[in-house]
Design a protein around this ligand. Structure first.
Ligand code: PTJ
Length: 260
């Protein structure tokens, strides 16, 4: 919680000044901890965040030109989709539920809770967060409208018939590789956000945005807004020119360069 020139680490009851050199990173961390405290984030989500932080550090903690190109491609893909969907996990909800709901409502893209470490309690906590941010409908909680994705052993196989199951384009931020592979096999276009360009998810998706989800969501909202006025031919051409493999190599080389 930000109050004046400080924010609070709620679990520790410690004040952190906004002037701290790592203030932004510490504040993002605090959002995760708060998400954990209210039952939305899994224990493992805190570990996953640490992994992300280390890649973010190596990327320079900013949106690179490669990430921007991938965000633009993602906007084109979402605007061309017939049934787009956004898959929401605990980390994503804790970090950017307001931006997710804004995107969902502005561009008519439904939100579906889909968890790796699935429990009813966590699903409800995440849905509550999204609703607090203004979401009217959240898919993935009603067992009657759920089915299973074939060839997937993890809890993520449970999907909503009206959501991920029928979607042609799926935005799956902070994902594990198994489901990405399964979604690709099902001929869905997969867009991911992952700070690790070497992850199986990043390497398997059609569009991999190598950036922090907290920077991606506001930019994606903005670019979707700008691109929705463009002709279909512009969106098609952008996607045709986008090369995910080359884009990933760009991010990997950038990290390599940052070591020297
Ligand atoms: O809420 P659940 O139960 O669905 O679980 C969510 C996590 C994230 C715990 C689960 O999907 C998981 O274990 O994911 P992985 O396999 O650890 O992968 C998460 C990926 O997200 C890693 O490659 C991280 O580098 C990356 N990552 C972490 N934080 C961020 C991130 N990418 C973008 N922005 C971040 N803030």
């Amino acid at each position: 919680m930000i109050l004046g020139q400080v924010f609070y680490s709620m679990m520790n009851n410690v004040k952190i000044p906004l002037t701290h050199p790592r203030s932004v990173s510490l504040h993002i961390r605090e959002k995760l901890v708060e998400g954990f405290r209210i039952g939305a984030v899994a224990y493992e989500g805190l570990i996953a965040h640490g992994r992300g932080e280390s890649f973010d550090y190596l990327l320079g903690e900013k949106t690179t030109k490669y990430a921007l190109d991938a965000i633009r491609a993602a906007a084109c893909q979402l605007l061309l989709a017939r049934h787009p969907i956004i898959s929401v996990n605990g980390n994503v909800a804790a970090l950017c539920s307001d931006d997710l709901v804004k995107l969902s409502k502005t561009f008519g893209i439904p939100l579906e809770v889909n968890l790796f470490y699935r429990t009813d309690k966590r699903e409800k906590a995440i849905s509550k967060m999204l609703k607090k941010s203004g979401a009217e409908k959240v898919l993935g909680l009603d067992t009657k409208s759920c089915t299973s994705l074939p060839e997937l052993a993890s809890n993520r196989r449970r999907v909503d018939i009206e959501g991920i199951y029928k979607a042609d384009v799926v935005l799956v931020p902070l994902e594990d590789g198994d489901r990405t592979e399964s979604l690709v096999k099902l001929k869905k276009k997969v867009i991911t956000v992952d700070l690790n360009p070497l992850s199986r998810t990043a390497q398997t998706s059609h569009i991999s945005i190598i950036d922090n989800i907290v920077r991606v969501m506001p930019l994606l909202n903005q670019i979707l807004f700008d691109f929705q006025k463009r002709k279909k031919s512009f969106l098609d051409n952008y996607l045709k020119k986008f090369d995910n493999k080359k884009n990933l190599d760009g991010s990997i080389n950038l990290i390599r360069g940052n070591f020297s």
